[in-house]
Design a binder for this molecule. Structure first.
Ligand code: GSH
Length: 188
């Protein structure tokens, strides 16, 4: 029988479940829910169904396998893993598996908190921008500064207050160094 995995249309807490379903060749289909557009991010695609699925503790992800309906991502993983003898064999293995399950969840949760923190930009980004911008001025075609790092520089320059400063008369692009230096020692 085909099981149904319900989750948002992102990796989130469902991705490990998707990987395990694929690895164990479990036939499954997905019900992917979408958030509405900004600024409201309307969740009604999910909330309209949330209480109608017969889940004891309605949440995402959920897994429906015939009359078995479950939520809680780790419970879902464990349900699939038990069927395939993937929970450890000995008591020692099982307790290490349980410990790691929760340790990895702690790591996941702290990463989620980090990525959702509105103060994601730390002072290190300012230092990194300054140093990388100097490298870019020194070697404008530097391939390492075209990919991720190039995008970082663009995002930083697009910050409202930084952009305004860069367009203002207060902005100092050069000189970077004293007159004693061999490069970029004058105002251009
Ligand atoms: N402890 C739960 C957390 C579930 C959870 O927070 N789900 C979020 C997405 S990551 C959600 O949008 N739930 C829908 C809801 O609360 O109605 C698990 O591991 O499955």
């Amino acid at each position: 029988m085909v099981v149904t995995l319900g989750y948002w249309d992102v990796r989130g807490l469902a991705h490990a479940i998707r990987l395990l379903l694929e690895h164990t060749e479990t036939p499954y289909e997905e019900r992917q829910y979408s958030l509405g557009p900004a600024p409201n991010f309307d969740p009604s695609d999910w909330t309209n169904e949330k209480e109608k699925l017969g889940l004891d503790f309605p949440n995402l992800p959920y897994l429906i396998d015939g009359s078995t309906k479950l939520t809680q991502s780790n419970a879902i993983l464990r349900y699939i893993a038990r069927k395939h003898n993937m929970c450890g064999e000995t008591e020692e293995e099982k307790l290490r598996v349980d410990m790691l399950e929760n340790q990895v969840m702690d790591l996941r949760l702290s990463f989620i908190r980090l990525c959702n923190n509105p103060d994601f930009l730390t002072f290190v980004d300012f230092v990194a921008y300054d140093v990388l911008d100097q490298q870019r001025m020194f070697v404008p075609d530097c391939p390492e500064l075209q990919g991720n790092l190039g995008q970082f520089l663009q995002r930083f320059e697009a910050l409202e207050k930084i952009g305004a400063y860069m367009r203002s008369g207060r902005f100092m692009k050069t000189p970077i160094f004293w007159r004693t230096a061999q490069w970029c020692n004058k105002k251009e």
